[in-house]
Design a protein around this ligand. Structure first.
Ligand code: TRP
Length: 338
């Protein structure tokens, strides 16, 4: 296993298979992930063990885990350059998760804001998994001796706890885990909803959300209906405070065409929103066409997908196994003779 991979820093992220990817995910984050593999040894997995902390429809969960994997590959995550897998295929996650539960305090878990939020939303299913979710997430990260975890605001507290757990374990048993750092990714454009340009594009507002798998007709329709402004000026000008709708469309257009805001203002001078909105729609349709076609091709090619996640799980498992073996030894389990 002596290769350059080993000298690269390890980056890891779990993805909840919670729905199809949209333009905000793509332009804001995933599109930039493709290049991370040059610098880092990257692991990405579909976090299905985490998903069942809230009730799931089994067929839907299975379908989404695969569909989402296909969509990430279509966005440029090359399975030859990244380790892509499904969390439940690498049983070490569940095993280390249990161990780390015993090194995570009730008080720490009680303080997690996401737990409190999820309790409020799922009052009829406040289960133990929801509570111990952060220990499993710590296991996900520590199994691979990850150097970096790209985190958004919502996962910061979980990453902090992961560090605390790693330090605690290392203090008791000696150096076992790499203590991971949060990685603040280079953010792409912050894409807002087309119907409500003051909040982030989200699948919970499907009319204002452009999905990677939307047909060109749907995309065109969504952009035609996009909220611009209540002003009567109908002038394409970048003024996010006054004209958030127009600014958002300009950000989208700029992201997909590479044009600057000045160039865009010039291009649409004297043309008004009536010309601008469909032009953004067209540009997005062309930018997403290859991604959508590739995603559909991969989703239909079950054998290829299976090969990707099999190879991914094998690679991940080889690394995870080593860490878990070390942990079992440290905590005092009798060595397994087979
Ligand atoms: N908890 C993360 C989320 O809800 C998903 C996740 C699970 C994760 N395990 C991880 C993210 C490990 C980073 C590292 O988005």
């Amino acid at each position: 296993m002596e290769n350059t991979e080993l000298s690269k820093k390890v980056m890891l992220s779990g993805i909840q298979p919670s729905g199809d990817l949209h333009l905000g995910n793509y332009l804001g984050a995933v599109k930039n992930w493709a290049t991370l593999a040059e610098e880092f040894d990257c692991y990405y997995f579909m976090a299905d063990l985490h998903s069942i902390t809230v009730r799931q429809n089994p067929a839907e969960l299975r379908r989404r885990s695969l569909a989402q994997l296909a969509q990430y590959i279509a966005c440029g995550l090359d399975p030859e350059k990244n380790t892509l897998f499904i969390q439940s295929h690498v049983h070490e996650h569940a095993e280390l998760g249990w161990i780390l539960n015993c090194y995570t305090m009730f008080g720490e878990l009680s303080r997690m804001t996401q737990f409190k939020d999820k309790c409020a939303k799922n009052a009829d299913n406040i289960n133990g998994g929801l509570f111990t979710y952060p220990s499993l997430m710590a296991a996900d990260i520590l199994l691979y001796q990850a150097d970096y975890v790209p985190v958004g605001e919502d996962q910061k507290q979980h990453c902090e706890l992961t560090r605390d757990i790693a330090v605690r374990f290392n203090n008791i048993y000696g150096e076992t885990f790499k203590v991971p750092e949060p990685y603040i990714p280079k953010v792409g454009a912050r894409i807002m909803g087309l119907m409500n340009p003051t909040s982030k594009m989200s699948k919970s507002d499907p009319q204002g959300c452009v999905f990677l798998l939307d047909s060109p007709e749907e995309i065109a329709r969504k952009f035609k209906r996009a909220v611009t402004d209540s002003d009567t000026e109908s002038c394409v000008r970048y003024a996010p405070a006054e004209k958030p709708g127009v600014a958002n469309l300009m950000s989208i257009y700029s992201s997909v065409t590479g044009k600057s805001f000045e160039e865009i203002e010039k291009e649409f001078q004297g043309k008004g929103y009536g010309a601008f909105k469909p032009a953004v729609g067209e540009a997005v349709i062309e930018a997403l066409r290859p991604v959508r076609e590739e995603a559909q091709r991969i989703m239909a090619d079950k054998a290829y997908l299976q090969q990707v996640y099999t190879q991914g799980a094998q690679k991940a498992s080889a690394v995870a196994r080593r860490t878990l073996r070390k942990v079992y030894k440290r905590v005092g389990f009798v060595e397994k003779p087979f």
